[in-house]
Design a protein around this ligand. Structure first.
Ligand code: DP6
Length: 378
């Protein structure tokens, strides 16, 4: 039996999961690199965590000598600036809550070192690795450990911009805000995941032969060189956000789909307008775009939409009733057997919209042992 005083050394351990999100109005470009403040608002759909999620365990103990982090089984550098921003901001929020008289957990843990262990349930190589799910999970789990609740998207934003949208389920907007300190640049749920149950998201994993230019550096070059991006942020996105929110609220699929495709195309156009240009789409992506337009044209109805982020993987939005037929069409044009170097879709996964981050109550699911080291089974 534990002796009094032993409890001081017993680690406080919490495990949580967080979802991936897919933007239908894209975030591309920062006005402040340090605080991660965007040049335009954006809107996304949170994917259900049954197939894609990040799981993170955070442990704090008086006996830990230093902060450490393991990602997908490998120890990583804890001094990473964005990681440090999240740790600093959570500790600051905890102190602030205490000073405001909000009861929170044992404050001694504020001085304790943390151990962080995080895994994705999908292979990083598939190009589905998401810094959004990772930072959302980190911030949510840290907040649980320190006993702080409430608005956390402003902290997740400082890990990775798109991470702020993974702090909520369903349909989420990231309002750009206009303050210099970024206090008003936050995510907000537009509709919960239960709002549009027929909506489906197909993630098509295409071959990624080269590692594309990362979002952070890509958008930096775009801000510096693309006048199309400036036009997009100032004159296109504000109107598009309003139309998109209305389409989501009305569950108007054709409008939602058309705006999604146009916004993906404009984002990739700004990449092409960047100097030197950035190419995220490959020949498979172009074939998928044509296929979607031919399919919709055939039915004289917008039944399917595509969107692409900073890589060649396609994400398809459609309604439940069209999934089987569209999957058949995809299989016909991209048969799994074909081993043509570029024209391959390796796999696809069908999603519904899903909830935001969750606490995992079962202690056997912790990724860290009470010694603050990753469990052997990892
Ligand atoms: C194309 O959030 O990864 O996926 O803020 O620099 O970490 P940083 O960038 P990140 O950018 C995501 C860009 C995008 C569009 C989107 O998700 O809105």
């Amino acid at each position: 039996k534990a002796m009094p005083g032993d409890s001081m050394d017993k680690p406080n351990i919490v495990t949580c999961t967080a979802p991936v999100n897919i933007a239908v109005i894209k975030y591309w470009g920062k006005r402040n690199e340090e605080l991660i403040l965007p040049i335009n608002s954006s809107l996304s759909v949170t994917l259900h965590q049954d197939q894609l999620k990040t799981t993170t365990t955070v442990a704090t103990s008086r006996s830990f000598q230093e902060d450490r982090i393991w990602l997908n089984g490998k120890e990583e550098d804890i001094t990473h600036p964005r990681l440090q921003s999240c740790l600093r901001e959570i500790r600051r929020l905890t102190r602030k809550r205490r000073n405001d008289g909000v009861p929170c957990l044992d404050l001694s843990c504020l001085s304790h070192k943390v151990r962080i262990c995080s895994v994705n349930n999908f292979p990083t190589a598939a190009g589905l690795a998401s810094s959004a799910a990772g930072f959302a999970c980190l911030v949510y789990t840290l907040a649980q450990v320190f006993g702080v609740e409430g608005e956390l998207s402003g902290i997740a934003r400082q890990g990775s911009g798109s991470a702020c949208r993974s702090m909520y389920g369903g349909f989420v907007q990231w309002i750009m805000g206009n303050q210099d300190d970024g206090k008003d640049s936050l995510a907000q749920q537009v509709e919960p995941e239960t709002h549009w149950p027929e909506l489906r998201v197909l993630v098509l994993v295409a071959s990624a032969e080269r590692k594309p230019v990362g979002s952070t550096s890509g958008m930096q070059t775009s801000v510096e060189t693309s006048c199309l991006l400036k036009h997009r942020a100032e004159s296109v996105v504000p109107g598009r956000m309003a139309e998109m929110i209305e389409a989501v609220q009305k569950k108007d699929f054709p409008t939602f789909a058309e705006l999604t495709m146009k916004d993906s195309n404009q984002f990739h156009a700004t990449c092409l307008d960047t100097y030197p240009p950035i190419f995220y789409l490959n020949s498979v992506s172009h074939q998928i775009i044509s296929l979607v337009h031919r399919y919709n044209g055939h039915y004289r109805d917008t039944r399917v939409a595509y969107t692409f982020d900073a890589g060649p993987n396609a994400v398809i939005f459609t309604l439940q009733q069209h999934v089987p037929e569209f999957v058949q069409v995809l299989k016909h044009f991209f048969p799994p057997e074909t081993k043509r170097e570029h024209d391959v879709i390796f796999s696809y996964v069908v999603f519904k919209a899903g909830p935001g981050p969750c606490v995992v109550e079962d202690p056997t699911q912790h990724l860290l042992g009470s010694d603050g080291l990753p469990k052997k089974s990892m």
